[in-house]
Design a protein around this ligand. Structure first.
Ligand code: T6T
Length: 314
């Protein structure tokens, strides 16, 4: 099973665990199930969840699978369902595989809020909160366009098909490439959320097409691996635009390995998630869908607004 994840948030200690509370109207427990443990995006989201939960009088437990993998996430969700928290905030790892386990959680009377990712039919969820992922993919292409105004070949490194967020980023990017005929879209390759695999894919792609001018890496681990791959290939003039802004990504931006980052607002997603769960539990008005924004970070705004968008780490 997954260990309880404790995050080092700036706003005080993580809240207590939920042992002993098992349903009923006085149930003030929220379970958070991350897409993957140890990912700064979900750690930052956890901080937002804990902060808002404390304010509204809930206790939070956080767990995540060791890999971004529904076969590992499903048993965690099943055990959370059995423990009957009042609400479940969850980032499903696959649009299809997590459908039934989450429907079961909702059928057990748990208020399910989808944070970050979603599933094919989210109608069982009281609310879903995520970034504008299509817009983020489009913004990533615009950052490449700005760095490489003459155009050229562009490649996307994503994680796995079936993850709603990264799929939407790929779609947004691909759609944007169609609007500028000076660019050639080489398609998407999948790294299974493993930086070493992403690095190998990028090295191989640069061997095949040494004239690649830009790479869009659709999440933290894809960005980390893409930067390594470009470095290993000794390619000097490839623009990498990454999604997410963990400490490694910020460092890569400072080093000049990565030229731009699309930073999400994971803390806000978490806080909104708790608010929606609370509204559902107390008969307040619930928003079915909330879209949060993003910030483009480059070296130029890193010390200001861009720097504020950086994620927390453990
Ligand atoms: O990009 C985030 C998240 O939005 C996505 O669903 C999965 O990857 C991250 O957690 C970053 O690693």
């Amino acid at each position: 099973g997954a260990a309880l994840a404790l995050a080092a948030c700036s706003s005080g200690a993580p809240s207590a665990d939920s042992s002993g509370d098992s349903g009923g109207s006085d149930n003030k427990t929220i379970a958070f199930v991350q897409g993957v443990a140890g990912d700064e995006f979900y750690i930052t989201m956890q901080c937002g969840i804990e902060e808002k939960a404390k304010e509204l009088g809930y206790t939070v437990t956080t767990q995540g699978p060791q890999k971004f993998d529904p076969t590992l996430q499903k048993p965690i969700v099943d055990s959370v369902t059995a423990s009957k928290p009042a609400a479940l905030l969850v980032a499903p790892t696959d649009v299809q595989a997590m459908q039934a386990p989450l429907e079961q959680a909702a059928a057990a009377g748990i208020k399910v809020v989808l944070v970050d990712t979603t599933v094919n039919d989210p109608s069982f969820a009281v609310s879903q909160i995520s970034s504008d992922n299509i817009g983020g993919g489009k913004a990533a292409f615009e950052a490449i366009q700005e760095a490489k105004p003459d155009g050229g070949k562009v490649l996307v490194i994503s994680t796995d098909p079936g993850i709603s967020t990264v799929d939407a980023r790929v779609d947004g990017f691909e759609e944007a490439t169609k609007g500028d005929s000076s660019f050639t879209y080489l398609g998407v390759q999948y790294s299974h959320n493993d930086p070493a695999t992403a690095a190998n894919l990028v090295s191989a792609a640069l061997q095949k097409d040494p004239d690649i001018v830009g790479i869009f890496a659709t999440n933290l681990f894809a960005a980390e691996g893409s930067a390594t791959g470009v470095r290993q290939a000794g390619a000097k003039d490839v623009t990498i635009v990454g999604f997410d802004a963990g400490p490694n990504q910020i460092k890569a931006l400072q080093d000049g390995t990565v030229q731009a980052l699309v930073a999400q607002q994971p803390s806000t997603i978490g806080m909104d998630g708790v608010e929606q769960a609370d509204a559902a539990l107390t008969g307040g008005s619930v928003e079915k869908e909330i879209q949060t924004g993003f910030t483009i970070i480059t070296k130029d705004n890193l010390s200001g607004e861009g720097g504020d968008a950086a994620y927390k780490s453990t």
